[in-house]
Design a protein around this ligand. Structure first.
Ligand code: CP
Ligand code: NVA
Length: 303
């Protein structure tokens, strides 16, 4: 199946059916890989990866994913490109489109990835912007589906910053029939446009009370209080300790609730070690699933 959208910038571009098919394909690719079946379906294809910010999982999962599919990935730090000397995003997009089959970029301003997509003749994937992180949501939904055997009808508690990961997650929930409760301090809520749209299809609650969110949750999620683009040390005072995922939050969620975190994590800030390193945590499966979902996404795009 090929998805209709040329680019994946927020996750909202996917239909419900396309999203569900990408997740199922990722689950299949994971099983195939473990059985030693690995088809070079992207032979002779090249992915350019542009990084304005650091990355461990996104970089490695895309690079290994392309390798496993028989293709090739180029790691391009924006400091090494002529971008650092003032070449425009528009011209960079046009030049790269003449060499590679797909571009993934991690950027600060979300407008940068929009401009890149608009000026590229090849598909563009958002590998994280200040506003969205769609590839993370694919891996998160895959992990939840593997563990809970379904998506529709579940409840996620997001406790912490209403950030880029949270915005794409809300789109993912709204396309998968998952209800979500976000507990965050006032002023740190997810994008109001995203929330408004999700309200049309799922139950979405925004609260300042973590235990209200956690009640009856099947999945508890959080992310660092300080994102790469948002490192003001004063932020922590707004979040800590009230919005930390700790054993009492997990006890308030359902007995069989699981804990997810996109990583990197700061133990002792947004989550205690006892939770992230405890029996309910599935963060390493979630990190692994970045590989399988990146591959499923690449195979679903027109490259
Ligand atoms: N979760 C995630 O995107 O990790 P990296 O910043 O290491 O890519
Ligand atoms: N919200 C975090 C996610 C890192 C993967 C950030 O933007 O830094």
């Amino acid at each position: 199946m090929k998805i209709k959208t040329k680019d994946l910038l927020t996750l909202d571009e996917l239909t419900k059916d396309e999203l569900s098919k990408i997740i199922d394909l990722a689950i299949k690719l994971k099983k195939d890989l473990k059985k030693g079946k690995n088809q070079p379906l992207l032979k002779n294809k090249t992915l350019a990866m542009i990084f304005q910010k650091p990355s461990t999982r996104t970089r490695v999962s895309f690079e290994v994913g392309m390798f496993q599919l028989g293709g090739h990935a180029l790691n391009l730090s924006s400091d090494d490109l002529q971008l650092s000397r003032g070449e425009s995003i528009e011209d960079t997009a046009k030049a790269l489109s003449r060499y590679v089959d797909v571009i993934m970029a991690r950027v600060y301003d979300h407008k940068t990835i929009e401009t890149l997509a608009k000026n590229s003749s090849v598909p563009v994937i958002n590998g994280l912007s200040n506003s969205f992180h769609p590839c993370q949501t694919l891996a998160d939904l895959m992990t939840i589906k593997e563990k809970k055997r379904k998506l529709s009808g579940l409840k996620i508690a997001w406790i912490g910053d209403g950030n880029n990961v949270c915005n794409s997650l809300i789109y993912g929930c709204s396309k998968s029939g998952i209800n979500i409760s976000v507990a965050t301090p006032r002023g740190y809520e997810p994008d109001s446009k995203v929330v408004k749209q999700a309200k049309k299809s799922i139950k979405i609650e925004i609260t300042t009370h973590p235990l209200t969110s956690a009640k009856n949750a099947d999945v508890v999620m959080t992310d660092t209080f300080s994102s790469i683009h948002n490192r003001d040390p004063k932020r922590i005072k707004r979040f800590f300790p009230k919005f930390q995922v700790n054993p009492s939050v997990m006890k308030t969620a359902k007995n069989n609730a699981i804990f997810l975190h996109c990583l990197p994590a700061k133990r002792g800030n947004e989550v205690t070690s006892s939770v992230i390193d405890g029996p309910k945590s599935v963060v390493w499966d979630e990190a692994e699933n970045r590989l399988h979902t990146e591959k499923a996404l690449l195979l679903s795009m027109s490259i």
